[in-house]
Design a protein around this ligand. Structure first.
Ligand code: SF4
Ligand code: SF4
Ligand code: SF4
Length: 266
């Protein structure tokens, strides 16, 4: 049973939540535990019943399941289906779960060659990396590699009180400009900020590093124009595709781009 809790005398429901990982670095889960200042407040919103990175034991009686990582093995498919069967709400946590993430970089190559290069002669199952929604229905996606803890806390409050969850529709450039940064294109660095969904407070450009698109496409992002901009600043087709392919959110467009002849193609 969820513990009773109230705000201004009104009972507030504390959902039972569980955290799971598939193929991942577990950095998204770690991100949740990272900020000790707000961790007690965060934990007071929910009843955590399963979180291997933070507690021992746990139960399978949960309402909201946060699943980190992409699907790369048969046993992960079974496990994910089982979690989906138990959870009322299934949340894809981070770029690996949402788009395949950095794991899906291997999808560019022959899987047998990848296994041989990485594991030698050891018999290891490691197939094409897939996002969760290729296997089960996903109710909510939390973007980023890693996720932004503040954003997750906001989402958790809304989940707990049953409020609609909104992620920014606009691109990273909006946050970057609001933060007063000099555009990295003018400093000779490529950046996917014009087409990537905001919500990270433009964290990479704030530190003078171009965006690699870990949060996936912004709504109505003009991918073709992004390519034109990259070309105008002298970046090669390979540089553009490298960036677009990094986290999986733009992989369809990157595949299309491979078939198109660009001005700076090698
Ligand atoms: S999204 Fe990034 S931080 Fe999160 S599990 Fe995947 S690789 Fe790790
Ligand atoms: S640095 Fe990147 S995010 Fe910032 S304004 Fe330029 S293109 Fe947009
Ligand atoms: S700036 Fe781009 S790559 Fe960096 S965290 Fe934000 S969305 Fe991800």
């Amino acid at each position: 049973m969820a513990a009773a809790r109230s705000f201004l005398g009104v009972p507030v429901y504390k959902p039972r939540v569980a955290f799971f990982e598939l193929s991942s670095c577990e950095g998204c889960q770690l991100q949740l535990l990272n900020n000790e200042d707000t961790l007690p407040d965060f934990l007071s919103l929910v009843e955590v019943v399963n979180f291997r990175e933070a507690m021992t034991g746990g139960t399978d009686d949960y309402e909201i399941a946060f699943v980190e990582g992409s699907v790369t093995r048969g046993d992960e498919i079974e496990r994910l289906r089982e979690v989906r069967g138990k959870a009322k709400t299934l949340v894809a946590l981070g770029s690996c779960a949402c788009f395949g993430g950095v794991n899906q970089l291997k999808n560019r190559f022959d899987p047998d060659w990848v296994k041989k290069e990485v594991y030698g002669d050891r018999q290891v199952e490691s197939e094409r990396a897939k996002p969760l929604e290729d296997i089960v229905t996903v109710d909510l996606r939390i973007l980023g590699c890693p996720i932004n803890k503040k954003e997750v806390e906001g989402i958790m409050v809304n989940l707990a009180i049953g409020k609609e969850i909104k992620t920014p529709k606009y691109p990273v450039c909006m946050e970057c400009k609001a933060n007063g940064n000099t555009c990295l294109f003018d400093l000779g660095e490529p950046c996917l900020g014009p087409i990537t969904r905001a919500g990270c407070n433009s964290c990479c450009p704030n530190g003078r590093a171009g965006c690699w698109g870990c949060r996936g496409p912004a709504e109505d992002g003009n991918l073709a124009q992004m390519t034109v901009i990259m070309e105008r600043y002298g970046f090669s087709k390979e540089t553009i595709i490298d960036r677009l392919e990094c986290f999986g959110g733009f992989s369809d467009y990157a595949s299309q781009l491979r078939t198109i002849k660009l001005k700076n193609s090698s």
